[in-house]
Write a protein that binds this ligand. Structure first.
Ligand SMILES: Cc1cc2nc3c(=O)[nH]c(=O)nc-3n(C[C@H](O)[C@H](O)[C@H](O)COP(=O)(O)OP(=O)(O)OC[C@H]3O[C@@H](n4cnc5c(N)ncnc54)[C@H](O)[C@@H]3O)c2cc1C
Length: 494
C-alpha cells in the first residue's frame, strides 16, 4: 500500500463509498477506511426506498405563510426533491438489478385531502425534474375506488375517505449490497479500501494529515493531502479527533422499523401516510412480509441508541392499530425490528436539524483540506460523491489523470443463495471477514424472514477454509451472528 494518499475517506457507508468512487475516477489516489464493515452503519438500517421526493415537496409547499416565513427551507426542499428524482432516474438506469418498482397508495382522508389539481401539479413538477425518465404512474382514485381498494380494507375511517393517490416508488433489494458494489467498483478503478479498520488519529503535519489506522492486529499511519470525513452520524467525532471539537455539523435522528405479516390484501403493496406528529409512516412490502415505520426519536449517540427499544416497537404497533384497527397485531406478531440513526445536518440554531444534504469544506474553519458531508442519503449518494469531489477539486489537484467512473465488474455468482461460489466470492473478492459480513452485506439471505439464522452454520463451514477458521472460530462466529439477531434486531423466533 502506498503511504501518501491524495485523499483518505473516513467511513464505509454509502456516502463514503460514493465519494471514494468519484474521487478515484477523478484521479485522486484514495484510501477508504471503515471501522466495521462496508454498509454496516446507518446505510443498513434504512426504509430501503429510492424515494421520488414527494415528502420534500409536501414539506416545501405547506402554506404560503409558512413558505414566506422560511423561504430558504422551502427552496432547499424543492432542490432535494429535484435531486431525489434525478438520483432515482440515475440509479434505476445504472443498477436496475438492485431496485424494484413498488406501487404505493396514500389514502386521502378528510384531514389530508388535497384537490386533484394540486396532486397533479406536484407529480408534474416531480416528473419534470428527471425529464420523465422513470414514470411515477400517478393514479387519482375517487372515494368509491378508494373504498373498494383491497389494500385499504380494514382502514379506520374508510367510510369517510375522499379518495387516494397511487404511484410508483422504487425499493432497494438490499442497500448494504449497493454499498459493497460501490466500494468494489471504486477498487476496480484504483481506490484502496480497508474494512474492520478504524481511523483513530488525525494530526496535521506541515501540509499533510497524518492518519492513524487501527485494526485488530495493531496500528499504523498513512499520510493524506486531504481528509474526506464521511463517517455519517459520527462525523463530529472525526472532526474532534482532528483537533476541532467546536465544529459541529451533525445531529442524529433515530428511526425504527418493525417486520410483520400483514393480510393478503396488502401483499406487494406499499401504504403511506403521516402520523399525528406530521412524520411519514409506511407499510412497505418485503417479500411476503411488510416492514412498518419508521418511528422517529432523538438519539443520544450511544451504541444502544442504534437498537430498537420495546417502547419504539410498541409505538409502531399502536400507530398501526390506529390505522388498521382490524389487524389486531400484538408484540408477539413482530418478527424482528431494526433501528438506525440518520445523520442530519445541524441547523443554524445549533440544536435542531435542517433539511440540508451537503458537503462542507472545513479549511476556513481551521482544518485545512478537511471535507465532510451531512444529511447524506442513499437515494442521492452519487450526487454526494460528485459534490464532495468538486469540493476537493477546488483545493487540490489529483495526482493521476481522470478515468472512467463505472467500470463493469466481472459477473457475480448468485448472491441470493449460500453456495460455495457465493461465499468464496464474498471472502476472496469482496473483503468479507465475519459471518455477518458474508450473510448480511455480501449475500441477501441475512435479511430473510429468520434473518439468515438457518444459514449460519453452513456458511461458517464454507467460509472456514478461506478465512482459516478453526472449529472454535466457527462456533464463535455462529454465536456472534445469532446474538446479533437478538441484540440488533430484537428477533423473536428460534
Ligand atoms: C430508519 C431510517 C430510514 C431511512 N430510510 C431511508 C430511505 O428509505 N432512503 C434513503 O435514501 N435513506 C434513508 N435513510 C437515510 C440513510 O440511511 C442514511 O442517511 C445514509 O445511509 C447515511 O449514510 P452514511 O454513509 O452517511 O452513514 P453510515 O452508513 O452510517 O456510514 C458511516 C460509516 O462511518 C463509519 N465510521 C465511524 N467512525 C469511524 C472511524 N473512526 N473510522 C472508520 N470508520 C468510521 C461507521 O462504522 C459507518 O459505517 C434512513 C435512515 C434511517 C435511520
Amino acid at each position: 500500500m502506498s503511504e501518501i494518499y491524495d485523499t483518505v475517506v473516513v467511513g464505509g457507508g454509502i456516502i463514503a463509498a460514493a465519494a471514494g468512487q468519484h474521487l478515484a475516477a477523478a484521479g485522486y489516489r484514495t484510501l477508504l477506511v471503515e471501522r466495521d464493515d462496508y454498509g454496516a452503519g446507518t446505510s443498513s438500517k434504512t426504509s430501503r426506498l429510492q424515494h421520488c421526493g414527494l415528502g420534500y415537496l409536501s414539506a416545501a409547499s405547506g402554506s404560503l405563510s409558512a413558505f414566506l416565513a422560511h423561504p430558504r427551507v422551502a427552496i432547499e426542499c424543492f432542490s432535494l426533491m429535484r435531486r431525489s428524482m434525478q438520483g432515482r432516474a440515475e440509479f434505476v438506469r445504472l443498477a436496475p438489478e438492485r431496485v424494484k418498482p413498488v406501487t404505493f397508495i396514500i389514502p386521502l382522508t378528510p384531514e389530508n385531502a388535497i384537490p386533484r389539481w394540486k396532486a397533479r401539479l406536484a407529480f408534474g413538477l416531480m416528473a419534470a425534474s428527471d425529464g420523465g425518465q422513470v414514470p411515477l404512474d400517478l393514479r387519482m382514485l375517487s372515494s368509491e375506488e378508494a373504498r373498494a381498494h383491497p389494500a385499504l380494507q380494514g382502514m379506520a375511517g374508510l367510510r369517510d375517505i375522499r379518495g387516494a393517490m397511487s404511484f410508483t416508488e422504487y425499493q432497494y433489494h438490499w442497500p448494504e449490497r449497493i454499498v459493497v458494489d460501490t466500494v468494489m467498483k471504486a477498487r476496480a478503478i484504483g481506490m484502496e479500501a480497508l474494512n474492520h479498520t478504524a481511523v483513530s488519529g488525525l494530526k496535521r503535519e506541515d501540509d499533510v494529515w497524518r492518519v492513524t489506522l487501527t485494526e485488530a492486529q495493531g496500528s499504523r499511519e498513512v499520510l493524506a493531502r486531504a481528509v474526506v470525513n464521511c463517517a455519517g452520524v459520527w462525523v463530529d467525532e472525526i472532526t474532534a479527533m482532528a483537533g476541532a471539537p467546536h465544529i459541529r455539523k451533525n445531529i442524529g435522528e433515530k428511526g425504527t422499523n418493525i417486520v410483520v405479516r400483514l393480510p393478503e390484501t396488502l401483499r406487494g403493496i406499499g401504504f403511506e401516510t403521516v402520523t399525528a406528529a406530521g412524520a411519514p409512516f409506511y407499510l412497505i412490502p418485503w417479500g411476503e412480509l411488510h416492514y412498518v415505520g419508521p418511528w422517529d426519536s432523538a438519539s443520544d449517540g450511544r451504541p444502544e441508541g442504534f437498537r430498537p427499544t420495546e417502547t419504539e416497537i410498541l409505538a409502531i404497533l399502536d400507530q398501526l392499530g390506529r390505522l388498521f384497527p382490524g389487524f389486531g397485531l400484538k408484540r408477539e406478531d413482530v418478527l424482528y425490528a431494526w433501528a438506525g440513526v440518520r445523520p442530519r445536518s445541524l441547523g443554524q440554531d445549533g440544536e435542531s436539524s435542517a433539511p440540508a444534504v451537503r458537503e462542507h469544506d472545513l479549511t476556513d474553519e481551521g482544518l485545512p483540506n478537511v471535507f465532510t458531508f451531512t444529511g447524506g442519503l442513499l437515494m442521492t449518494h452519487r450526487d454526494a460523491g460528485r459534490r464532495l469531489t468538486r469540493a476537493v477539486a477546488r483545493r487540490l489537484k489529483p495526482s493521476d489523470p481522470p478515468g472512467p467512473l463505472d467500470v463493469p465488474l466481472p459477473p457475480l455468482p448468485n448472491m441470493d443463495e449460500v453456495t460455495e461460489a457465493s461465499v468464496a466470492h464474498a471472502i476472496v473478492n469482496e473483503q468479507a471477514h465475519t459471518l455477518s459480513d458474508i450473510l448480511r452485506r455480501r449475500l441477501s439471505v441475512g435479511w430473510g424472514p429468520d434473518l439468515g439464522r438457518c444459514h449460519a452454520e453452513t456458511t461458517a463451514r464454507l467460509a472456514a477454509s478461506h478465512l482459516g477458521w478453526t472449529q472454535e472460530d466457527m462456533a464463535a462466529q455462529v454465536t456472534a451472528f445469532l446474538d446479533e439477531t437478538s441484540t440488533e434486531f430484537s428477533f423473536q423466533g428460534n
